[in-house]
Ligand binder design. Structure first.
Ligand SMILES: NC(=O)c1ccc[n+]([C@@H]2O[C@H](COP(=O)([O-])OP(=O)(O)OC[C@H]3O[C@@H](n4cnc5c(N)ncnc54)[C@H](O)[C@@H]3O)[C@@H](O)[C@H]2O)c1
Length: 275
């Protein structure tokens, strides 16, 4: 049976690891030619090579998405290799430990960290849209996806720049949908709950994971595969009437009252529930 993305070409930014790499593998398994974009060229090439080794079509392209010249060159490489662009998944974000430690509450914000978050997460996605969408318009079709987070919709005590950049992406998804929808291009944000890659569990403090897990309504946190399956859906014609919106794949993290976890604990103390 042909995959639902047979003949399509998908650019996935930040696909040298984490969720992006899993998206690249899943879209390739559905027949797409995949462009594995990452600032880490060795990582991008390794993911592309592993996809080719399992019979898929993929190239790795080293790109800093915050730099317009890089993005323009990346799109030219894709067009010369694959001849078309059907899907752009704006997944890249700057999330390394150094950035997380400097992107704090606003009075303790490192201004360079703020600028980096905006440059990579928000300007990077805009630049990829700016250069990839003209290729979609030539085809009269396309799907643009933006990886966002609950932090882009709900206030929290830290990661203020990350959060603002993700809120910006939700709006950018709507702008793109309004601007090019009549020409066949759909655009949606994907609000993701915690879905750590296997190795990420080890680097996150257990106490932090417990707090976050308790606020998901599913038994467990998400997996990269659960997110990649939604990306494949948004990339494909199965979602052809969905545009200009935010799809939430967060295990219910953003759906409940802020008091839910405390209430459960209170009821449990009195033995009045077994939830
Ligand atoms: N993993 C989660 O639980 C989770 C939850 C909510 C949202 N998200 C979002 O999903 C996306 C992927 O998250 P992840 O956990 O896989 O992150 P990750 O840090 O594992 O991967 C991000 C990738 O982006 C690349 N990158 C960083 N700067 C870049 C640049 N300037 N140009 C090109 N590539 C660059 C990195 O090299 C890395 O490979 C992000 O947008 C993130 O905000 C993830």
């Amino acid at each position: 049976m042909a995959g639902k993305l047979e003949g399509r070409v998908a650019i996935i930014t930040g696909a040298g690891g984490g969720l992006g790499a899993e998206c690249a593998r899943v879209l390739a398994s559905q027949g797409a030619g995949v462009v594995v974009v990452d600032i880490n060229s060795a990582a991008a090439e390794a993911v592309a090579e592993s996809i080719r080794a399992s019979g898929g079509k993929a190239i790795g392209v080293s790109t800093d998405v915050s730099q317009e010249a890089d993005v323009k060159a990346m799109v030219e490489t894709v067009v010369s290799h694959f001849g078309r662009i059907d899907v752009l998944h704006n997944n890249a974000a700057i999330l390394n430990m150094e950035q997380r430690q400097k992107d704090r509450d606003v009075i303790n914000m490192d201004v360079d960290a703020w600028d980096r978050a905006m440059a990579v997460n928000l300007r990077g996605a805009m630049l990829c849209c700016k250069h990839a969408i003209p290729e979609m318009l030539k085809l009269g079709r396309g799907s643009v996806i933006f990886a966002t987070s609950g932090l882009g919709a709900q206030g929290d005590v830290t990661l203020s720049a990350y959060a603002a950049s993700k809120a910006g992406l939700m709006m950018l998804a709507k702008s793109v949908a309004a601007q090019y929808g009549k020409q066949g291009v759909r655009s949606n944000a994907l609000q993701i709950g915690l879905a750590p890659a296997e190795n990420a569990h080890e680097t996150m403090p257990a106490a932090l994971l417990t707090i976050i897990r308790e606020n998901h309504l599913t038994p467990e946190l998400g997996t990269p595969r659960q997110i990649a399956d939604v990306v494949a859906f948004l990339a494909s014609d199965e979602s052809s009437f969905i545009t200009g919106t935010t799809i939430v794949a967060d295990g219910g993290f953003g759906s409940h009252t802020p008091s839910m976890v405390g209430m459960k604990a209170l009821f449990a103390q009195s033995g009045s529930n077994k939830m």
